[in-house]
Structures are given as C-alpha cells and as structure tokens.
Design a protein around this ligand. Structure first.
Ligand code: AMP
Length: 273
C-alpha cells in the first residue's frame, strides 16, 4: 500500500475507487472497502477529519484518531492507496467558499449541526477534484449525507458512479461508528436503544399509519432518560422530506446523545401502494 499525502498525475492513469473516511476505521468502513475491492478498480481510502464539517471545536478535537492502527488494517485489506492529506492541501490558497447543501442540508442533522452538510459537500467535492475517482462509496449509516451527495453528483453531472454500503451493526444492534470509541460499556448498551426506537416506531407506524402519533408513542417508551433523543422522524426516502400519499420508500432517522456523544442511525422500508 502506498501512503500518499498528495495526488500525483500518474495516479490519474489508474481507475480509482474512492472510499472517503475520517479514520478510526471499523467494520463499517471495512465493508465499504470490500465493496470497492470487488469492483476490480484500485482502491484509495482517504482519511481526513474535515474541520469544515464540525460546528463544534470540542467535537472536532476529541474526534478519535488512530492513523497507525488504520494503516495496519488497510494494509491487511490490500488497499492500494491510503490518502492522508494535510488541511492546507485540501483547502489551499485558491479555496473560496463552502458549497451549499440547500434547504434539506439545513434540516434534521443539519439543523442541530449548522453548516455540517455544507462542509461535507465541500470536502467531498474537493476529494473528487483531486482524485478524479471512477467510483465512490458512502454508507447508508449517514442517510442524509448520502442523500445530499447523491443529489449533488446528479445535479452537477459528475461522471462518478456512487455505490451505497449497508449499515454494519454490533450484536446489540448498535450501528458501528468511530464515535462509539468515546462511549463506556454502559454507554454502548444505552446507545443500542437508538435502533430499538427505530424498530418500535416502524412497528407502531405500520399499525397506525399516523406519523405524529407513532413518534409520540415511541418517545414515551424511552423512559430511562439515558438516551437523550434529539430528533426522530419518518420521511420519504426519495425526497428526504415529509411523507405524502405517494411515498413508497420510507426512512426513519434518529439522532441522540449518550454520555454527551452524538450518535445517529436509521432504518428504511418500502410499502407498496
Ligand atoms: P466516517 O469515517 O464516519 O466519515 O465514515 C466514512 C464512511 O463510512 C461514510 O460513508 C459512512 O457512512 C460509512 N460508515 C460509517 N459507519 C458505518 C457503518 N456502521 N456501516 C456502514 N458504513 C458506515
């Protein structure tokens, strides 16, 4: 594996499959890398903790980083390139404004983390410009991010094939996340409640068909208070907005805090007309 800090023009001769990450890699990331390897293209994994997508400096500073361990794991997975750019290479002198993630970028996760998705789109676009990948993969774990990036690639006519990776969870149902490293054992147990809330809401919604009632009833079941829920929503997966009579693909999204750590999760399902 080559560890590069900058992209060189000879790399453009290769057909690259980009797996963008912020490091502290876990099985969720590895599953994306395995998908990339299946394509037969050369895999480039980027590790860059993007300051522009953090609206809270403390959160940025305490975000887990372990480049040595990551590098060893990537070596084992036969990744061709590890890209670990410095901030001034990503955001060089010519860097001007953040890209806008629009109205949907200001909802849900974007409402609680103002500017987050503008920072995400900006860094993703910069990685595309620098690496010129043929393919890229993002995890369904970050559903709103995936929606916005898909939309961005579509409306800017980028010739990049976007793949979606399934959510990888531990035995308790907790979606793997680098931030889980910041939780105690008890915290992880509490955090598995996120998935339970999603399942409960799905069940009640399928029974009643009523969005608000189902959400209220679900929230009432989160009694112990250790899981502090920020939002819980049922949306149309294709528009990432309120459901309508036409909705077939549903997504339930949740965000919450456990031991002061922000966690997100989602499940999706389809109801035929
Ligand atoms: P991050 O390092 O958190 O920025 O994530 C990098 C990529 O890994 C994103 O596309 C995430 O959606 C994806 N990812 C993170 N956690 C998981 C997971 N548990 N299962 C699948 N993909 C994940």
């Amino acid at each position: 594996m080559k560890n590069v800090k900058q992209i060189t023009s000879d790399m453009y001769k290769e057909n690259l499959f980009l797996v963008p990450t912020m490091g502290s890699l876990h099985r969720g990331h590895f599953s994306l890398i395995e998908e990339a390897k299946k394509s037969g293209l050369k895999t480039i994994v980027s590790i860059f903790v993007n300051p522009k997508q953090f609206n809270d400096t403390n959160d940025y500073q305490k975000y887990p980083r372990d480049i040595q361990k990551d590098s060893m794991n990537l070596e084992k997975l036969n990744v061709e390139y590890l890209f670990t750019p410095d901030e001034n290479y990503i955001y060089d002198d010519s860097f001007l404004d953040l890209l806008s993630s629009g109205e949907i970028g200001e909802q849900y996760e974007g409402k609680s983390r103002p500017g987050h998705f503008d920072g995400v789109l900006t860094v993703v676009n910069r990685l595309f410009e620098l690496i010129k990948p043929k393919k890229v993969i993002f995890g369904k774990k970050d559903a709103q991010q995936l929606f916005l990036i898909k939309d961005y690639i579509g409306r800017t006519n980028k010739d990049i094939d976007l793949l979606e990776g399934e959510i990888i969870r531990d035995k308790s149902g907790l979606a793997l996340s680098s931030r889980n490293l910041l939780l105690s054992a008890k915290g992880k147990e509490t955090a598995s409640g996120l998935k339970k809330q999603l399942e409960t809401l799905k069940e009640i919604f399928l029974e009643t068909g009523l969005v608000n009632t189902s959400i209220e009833r679900t929230l009432l079941r989160n009694k112990d208070g250790l899981l502090e829920i920020d939002y819980l929503e049922i949306l149309d997966k294709d528009t990432f907005s309120a459901i309508s009579d036409k909705t077939k693909n549903f997504i339930i999204i949740i965000a919450g805090y456990v031991e002061g750590i922000r966690l997100i999760d989602n499940i999706d399902f389809r109801i035929e007309g």
